[in-house]
Design a protein around this ligand. Structure first.
Ligand code: C2E
Ligand code: CA
Ligand code: CA
Length: 707
């Protein structure tokens, strides 16, 4: 039986002596060898095969202990795949097995074993391995292989204290390309993305197709944020260039998240997760790339808590609508109430809509929330006397949602309210969406009979030309133009008067939002605003309070408040920047004094955190968080602000201490005159970069990245 097995060529037998020299090999095996029988017998068995280190990269599945090692230690050989040395032509692989033999006294006397040709089966398993590790569309490695490569690299780097970064690139609008141009064009586009990535990354980086519309680059030994940022920018620039796929042009957007080991994660899973979070933040903000940081993670966690609780808040009926009067500018009689959502949280106190509305928008919860608000408002407005209107805020996401028009229709019918009493406040961001669709929704809403108001006018993307085509009944001039219009900025007054004349030319009403002082009142009425809203008349009040007021038959709200804003403490409602670490957050400035400010919009920032408040126009104030209450933080400035002579507080100088440092003069604190200090440092040109560099301030390291 053994003889017929040997001669069949299905397999061979071999034996060695104690020193590892071959003493036997089946005759049929010699057909594959280029040596004759005499030179093989008596030679070390390991000489038949390529040396261990030359066996070649065999992929992860084939990782095995080297033959010399196994034989040297007299261990059993189990299905070892080895490549024959000196074979003419194609590589020939054998799979060998063998058992060590010992004599009666336990002394090793050699091996007895078998072997078979494994060339073909190896080729098949290699192909399977390749398929399991590579993306068939782009030929790049896939997420499985990337995970393995990253795991290997990180394990190797850990002791050597080497760093390794990953860049996660997500393509926006790729799904649309797939849907509109077809799958073949989508695949073609992916191949072109892959080619562009290769051209940037070169050989140093491993590139993978990480998901449907995601790519990942692994960059060993790179942790410099300047370098990583530049790479990210180059990638974004190249990837967002137009593509030509199957005869059509396609443009896609992209966003990038960056994470670096060991700082942001020590294993592959952690690092990829970190990059993923940074990428999702980059996608939803204007920045198109983002570095991971623990703040991002904490922020994401807190937002998640709010998100979860917001779900319950709807079900538990924790939300209520309050109403702020919008009065006629001459009679001060209320014409309309703006419905503003309130969330009195049982444990956390009042949560500002400035905080939870953006979260609801991101998660899509806004549709449910907005629908609830609409129904609630329609019912409650029915309890008011006469034909007072009610304005409901509608988020752009809710506005573009498929069922929106039907929901409005439903709320109108269910309550039976007169449609002309309902006003929908929409912001300019809806103009960013598909114009045709927007016009269509406008048309449907108008035919339901509701009124439309353009909210926060002047803060967004509007071009005046939009106004001509959009059927608005009312324009609301954003509070940032109204506030301080009498003192701080002459441009504001000019903007108000031109918006008013434009609106009246188009037959629209105007509302000046956020009127707080008598002086502002005079100014906005002087410029012809037809309606007014703001603290001077009343902030939002509950339905009960409203009904109580109506009870007395009083429908006017008389201005009550300071004639001009107090210099020591101004009530503000405007968006400013808060810089911490590498991030610039958008927060609402609630009030501002010489020594500090109250901001709203970030959750649970720890007391003691150092931040920089970016008041706009190049004005920065270094500050420390002194009080922190849910989404509101009391900040104390490092240096007192000064009065600009007209009560509009400003920072002492419009130059950042960091720039001085960038100019080569590290400073522990702000000098009396940083501007002069900067100029005498011999690099006055830096001043010109100031506005851009301000947003790049890195507080922790006190350095300016961009500069
Ligand atoms: P908005 O639509 O611009 O609403 C006006 C905001 O300014 C309200 O803040 C209001 O309380 C505040 N305000 C009005 N007059 C004055 C004033 O004289 N001084 C000051 N300092 N503030 C004034 P609130 O209620 O915190 O709402 C913030 C934002 O949240 C709103 O800005 C709106 O965008 C959003 N929001 C509120 N309720 C809803 C809602 O039901 N649905 C949607 N989609 N968004 C809502
Ligand atoms: Ca509004
Ligand atoms: Ca507004």
């Amino acid at each position: 039986m053994l003889e017929s097995f040997e001669s069949s060529g299905l397999g061979w037998f071999w034996a060695t002596d104690a020193s590892g020299k071959l003493t036997y090999l089946s005759d049929s095996a010699f057909e594959q060898l280029s040596w004759d029988k005499d030179s093989v017998l008596g030679a070390p068995i390991v000489d038949l095969f390529l040396p261990d280190e030359a066996q070649g990269a065999q992929g992860k599945l084939a990782v095995q202990r080297p033959l010399t090692f196994v034989i040297g230690s007299h261990n059993a050989i189990t299905n070892l795949t080895v490549r024959l040395a000196d074979t003419p032509g194609e590589a020939v692989w054998w799979e060998i097995a063998g058992q060590p033999k010992f004599d009666g006294r336990g002394k090793f006397v050699g091996y007895r074993g078998s072997a078979r040709d494994a060339t073909e089966s190896r080729a098949q398993s290699q192909e399977a391995l390749r398929l399991a590790q590579f993306d068939p569309v782009t030929g790049l490695c896939n997420r499985v292989r990337m995970h393995d490569r990253l795991t290997e690299a990180l394990a190797g780097f850990r002791n050597a204290k080497r760093s390794c970064s990953v860049i996660l690139l997500g393509l926006d609008r790729f799904r649309q390309v797939n849907e509109t141009l077809g799958r073949a064009a989508g695949d073609e586009l992916l191949r072109q993305v892959a080619a562009r990535l290769k051209s940037i990354a070169g050989y140093a980086a491993e590139i993978a197709r990480q998901g449907d519309n995601e790519f990942m680059l692994m960059l060993p030994d790179i942790d410099d944020r300047g370098e990583l940022g530049e790479t990210a920018e180059r990638i974004l620039q190249l990837v967002t260039q137009p593509y030509s796929a199957h005869g059509t042009r396609a443009i896609i957007g992209a966003s990038i998240g960056i994470a670096t080991a060991p700082y942001d994660g020590v294993d592959a899973g952690e690092l990829i997760k970190a990059a993923d979070l940074a990428q999702s933040v980059a996608r939803s903000s204007i920045a198109h790339y983002r570095f991971y940081s623990s703040e991002l993670r904490d922020d994401a966690r807190r937002r998640q808590v709010i998100e979860e609780e917001l779900h319950d808040a709807i079900a538990r009926k924790q939300l209520v609508m309050h109403y702020q009067p919008i009065v006629d500018a001459t009679t001060h009689r209320v014409k309309c109430f703006e419905a503003l959502m309130r969330w009195p949280h049982p444990d956390r106190g009042d949560i500002s809509p400035g905080l939870f509305i953006p979260i609801a928008e991101e998660t899509g919860l806004i549709v449910e929330l907005g629908n609830w608000a609409l129904e609630q408002v329609c019912m409650q407005a029915l309890e008011w006397p006469g034909d007072i209107r009610v304005a409901v805020n509608v988020s752009a996401i809710q506005f573009m949602d498929e069922g929106f028009v039907d929901l409005v229709d439903h709320a109108l019918r269910k309550s039976g309210i007169q449609p002309s009493r309902i006003e929908l406040e929409i912001t300019e961001s809806v103009f960013m969406a598909d114009q045709v669709k927007t016009q269509e929704i406008f048309g449907k809403l108008k035919s339901l009979g509701v009124r439309l108001a353009l909210d926060d006018f002047g803060t967004g993307y509007s071009s005046l030309s939009y106004l001509r085509h959009a059927p608005f009944d009312k324009i609301k001039i954003d509070q940032s133009f109204v506030r301080g219009s009498s003192t701080r900025d002459k441009h504001n007054a000019a903007i108000i008067s031109s918006v008013v004349s434009l609106a009246s030319a188009l037959g629209m009403e105007t509302v000046a939002e956020g009127v707080e002082t008598k002086e502002e009142l005079e100014l906005v009425t002087g410029h012809g605003a037809s309606h007014l809203q703001g603290r001077l008349f009343s902030l939002a009040v509950s339905q009960e309070d409203l009904l109580a007021k109506f009870e007395s038959g009083d429908l006017t709200f008389e201005p009550k408040g300071p004639s001009r804003s107090r210099a020591d403490r101004r009530t503000e409602y405007r968006r400013v920047g808060l810089v911490h670490g590498d991030h610039r957050y958008s927060v609402v400035l609630r009030n501002l004094s010489k020594s500090g400010a109250l901001v709203d919009g970030l959750l649970e920032v720890p007391v003691g955190t150092d931040v920089v408040l970016d008041l706009g126009g190049g004005q920065l104030a270094v500050a420390t968080v002194r009080r922190s209450n849910d989404s509101r933080q009391g900040l104390e400035f490092e240096t007192e602000l000064i009065s600009d002579g007209a009560d509009g507080l400003c920072t002492r100088h419009r130059v950042s201490p960091y720039l001085i440092e960038a100019a080569g003069r590290p400073l522990a604190s702000l000098p009396d005159d940083p501007y002069a200090a900067l100029q005498s440092s011999g690099v006055p040109d830096l001043v010109q970069f100031a506005p851009k560099a301000f947003t790049e301030v890195d507080i922790k390291h006190r350095r300016v990245n961009a500069a």
